[in-house]
Design a binder for this molecule. Structure first.
Ligand code: FAD
Ligand code: UQ1
Length: 412
């Protein structure tokens, strides 16, 4: 069969979530998902894998096991999207047509844009790691375990990224680990970020500045990693405020957050905006020019922070939008940009950031979430994985919005 009522591109967080919801709406036989990967990963736990607190194997399950039963899995890569003819070409030579298209292709990592970064097989030798990919996350832990003395350097690129807190979460974990193992006095911890701020939302940024001050962590703003000299264990940064000026940092451990960008197949299609991201309406998630096309998650140009928590909130809105479009009615519920970032600040504490498009706080719990809390760490490490596999991926978790209202009943 090569025609489906609903075709979903990508079987990651957003793709599996929407396929479960579309199965309920249209019946499994009317839904197909294009995804090449044999394994599906719960990426948020990689923060703890890189710090040696969880196993990599706990983060993955076979794609076959998360695909809603009866939904067609096309195990191939999307090669070309033609919204004018309602067709998609795949690497294995299929041409699939659709009535409705949901694009959930995530984003692309660009390690190759950093000059001199060695082949991944050599990262252990050169003390480099990155929590951002399945191939590199265990290398972070190796570098941390092998740390003797010197600089532990953490980077944040000059592009949009997914989970904007993750580049510094691993830094706090490293600091805690080195303290625990008696090596902290021999270590200098350096966070070099391209951003002009430590975090985009002031309330959380204030809390994080307090933490870096107390733990003697050096933060350099507007520092962008452009080159690694592995043999010399040096990382080269450009000063984004003074073009042409570079600064070399020696390292004993280097955590790289790679530059990121839109996936090439979206960028090359007429679905993209000027920057290459999927061009959707920020309230309804419907494509701006093709009304039978929708987007969710990291591949979109929704002006919020790219996270799984955002995908959860988007999924219930998109479900509703599609119901309305089906009935030729106007979409009514609006996505407010809800996103969340559990900022892991040690092996047992988390600051749970939650906010919307305008940077207004949308905290679920009626307590000050900018404080480091053990309860929130427990949520991140032990509750969220279940909520992900059993709730979100089954189309049963649409974000904490409704619960927030209940929790705040009778409170200001
Ligand atoms: P993905 O889940 O990445 O899925 C994209 C899918 O598209 C993939 O399966 C890929 O194989 C597939 N694909 C790509 N190209 C093609 C193609 N050409 N054809 C077919 N398929 C293709 N979020 C949180 O909410 N909380 C956190 O604490 C958190 N921590 C994180 C920590 C780290 C280290 C990382 C890396 C991410 C973290 N995130 C967190 C972010 C979260 O994982 C992502 O935002 C979320 O997975 C986005 O879902 P998505 O469906 O848009 O993309
Ligand atoms: C969330 O819904 C979610 O998706 C399942 C995450 O991804 C792993 C999160 O990290 C967070 C924080 C949420 C938000 C949920 C609550 C209960 C605050």
């Amino acid at each position: 069969k090569d025609h489906y009522k609903v075709l979903v591109l990508g079987g990651g967080t957003g793709g599996i979530t929407m396929s479960a919801r579309m199965k309920r709406k249209f019946g499994a036989e009317n839904v197909a998902v294009v995804e090449p990967s044999e394994m599906h990963y719960y990426q948020p736990i990689w923060t703890l894998v890189g710090a040696g607190a969880k196993n990599l194997s706990s983060s993955g399950r076979p794609t076959a096991s998360v695909m809603p039963s009866g939904v067609r899995w096309v195990k191939s890569k999307v090669q070309e999207i033609n919204p004018d003819t309602n067709t998609v070409h795949t690497d294995n030579g299929m041409k699939i047509s659709y009535e409705y298209l949901i694009v959930a292709l995530g984003l692309q990592l660009h390690f190759e844009k950093i000059k001199g970064l060695p082949d991944i097989e050599d990262w252990v030798k050169f003390k480099i790691g990155s929590n951002y990919s399945v191939q590199t996350v265990e290398k972070t832990w190796k570098a941390l375990e092998n740390f003797r003395e010197g600089n532990a350097v953490f980077t944040f690129p000059n592009t949009p990224v997914k989970c904007a807190g993750a580049p510094q979460k691993i830094m706090y974990l490293t600091e805690a680990y080195l303290r625990k193992t008696g090596k902290r006095t021999k270590a200098n911890i350096v966070y070099n970020t391209s951003m002009p701020v430590l975090f985009g939302i002031k309330k959380y940024a204030d809390a994080l500045w307090e933490i870096v001050k107390n733990r003697n962590i050096q933060v350099n703003l507007r520092h962008n990693l452009i080159e690694v000299r592995p043999e010399k264990q040096q990382a080269v940064f450009e000063n984004l405020d003074k073009p042409g000026e570079t600064k070399v940092f020696e390292y004993e451990m280097l955590h790289v957050t790679p530059p990121m960008g839109p996936v090439s197949v979206v960028r090359a299609s007429s679905l993209a905006d000027e920057a290459g991201w999927l061009d959707v309406n920020k309230e309804t998630l419907q494509h701006k020019r093709y009304p039978n096309v929708f987007g969710i998650g990291d591949c979109t140009n929704l002006p919020t922070s790219k996270t799984g928590a955002a995908v959860a909130a988007q999924s219930s809105i998109l479900d509703r939008t599609i119901s309305k479009v089906l009935k030729n009615e106007k979409p009514d519920r609006k996505y407010d940009g809800y996103t969340s970032c559990p900022l892991v600040t040690s092996y047992n504490t988390v600051i749970l950031a939650e906010f919307d498009y305008d940077g207004h706080l949308l905290e679920t719990f009626p307590i000050d979430q900018s404080k480091e809390r053990r309860t929130m760490f427990f949520m991140k490490a032990h509750v969220m994985p279940h909520l992900y596999w059993q709730g979100l991926l089954k189309g049963l978790w649409g974000g904490p919005g409704p619960y927030r209202k209940i929790m705040h009943l009778g409170m200001k």
